[in-house]
Ligand binder design. Structure first.
Ligand SMILES: Nc1ncnc2c1ncn2[C@@H]1O[C@H](COP(=O)(O)OP(=O)(O)OP(=O)(O)O)[C@@H](O)[C@H]1O
Ligand SMILES: [Mg+2]
Length: 257
């Protein structure tokens, strides 16, 4: 019997940014519904991996492959990746002046709904859903009518991404330091939302530096990125060890042998 193809399969992915090779050969597999935590020192390439999967033009793939939901991810446009159910959050969500938040999210949601064979939501129905979701992630209604992230605080931007996540319900969400800058209530909303979506079948790659969050997320695997590769794979014990001894201690030990 052959096992089913994982939702995401990245094989020997090589990525250059500017003049630099950042990811040398990254291989990983995320089964449907799984939650994996991606750890690694600052600058090790975690955001690079997420943005490459999203199709950001700055990240040039110079080798390897990535398959998502049975398709060649790297051959797809960023929009097609999103329609297929991939959601990638920004470590630092940008402002989009002139584009209203509710219109932005409704457009994205209706594109995804169309791809799933669902009918589009009109402005009225959308607003009802969006208000409920906004309340859940602790964003006031007024934030829906403002331009995307325009003047939002750091934590509000992260909450706005949670709002998108709650409405889009992706097959795979890559959350880049989703907890950074959020207060305790925001982190609680994040954990609850991730749990709910996971129970409904969404898979996650969560980039985080924080042991407490990692433990609450109950990951299926913890991966450590180093020198452009997945250097180690383990469970929460790996995250606990990194929290205790850091990345530098590990690198020094590796160099000593
Ligand atoms: N345009 C660029 N030109 C050259 N190097 C770049 C460019 N953009 C990013 N890099 C480098 O790529 C490396 C990986 O960056 P990346 O943002 O993926 O790291 P990260 O693991 O997400 O780090 P952090 O934990 O700080 O968020 C860094 O050393 C960064 O300086
Ligand atoms: Mg990063």
């Amino acid at each position: 019997m052959t096992s089913p193809e994982p939702l995401l399969k990245v094989d020997a992915l090589r990525v250059d940014v500017g003049e630099r090779n950042v990811l040398e050969s990254v291989s990983l597999e995320v089964p449907a519904g799984a939650l994996q935590v991606l750890m690694g020192a600052n600058g090790s390439g975690k955001s690079t991996l997420g943005l490459t999967l999203a199709g950001h033009p700055r990240y040039r793939v110079s080798g390897g492959s990535a398959r998502f939901a049975g398709q060649d991810l790297l051959a797809m446009t960023p929009e097609a990746r999103a329609r297929a159910g991939l959601f990638v959050s920004f470590q630092a969500p940008p402002e989009i002046p002139g584009v209203k938040n509710n219109l932005f999210i409704r457009t994205a949601l209706n594109a995804v709904r169309e791809a799933r064979g669902e009918s589009p939501l009109d402005a009225f129905d959308f607003l009802e859903h969006a208000r409920t979701a906004a309340r859940r992630v602790g964003l006031g209604d007024a934030m829906l009518g403002r331009p995307v992230n325009d003047g939002f605080s750091g934590g509000e931007r992260k909450r706005n991404e949670l709002l998108q996540l709650a409405l889009l319900r992706p097959r795979l969400a890559v959350l880049d330091e989703a907890d950074s800058g959020m207060d305790v209530d925001g982190v609680r909303a994040l954990v609850e939302l991730v749990r709910e979506l996971r129970a409904a079948g969404s898979a996650f790659i969560v980039v985080s530096h924080y042991q407490q969050l990692i433990e609450q997320l109950e990951p299926d695997a913890v991966l450590r990125l180093d020198q452009g590769r997945i250097a180690e794979t383990g469970d929460v014990a790996l995250a606990a060890r990194i929290a205790r001894s850091g990345f530098a201690a590990r690198a020094a030990a590796a160099q000593a042998v």
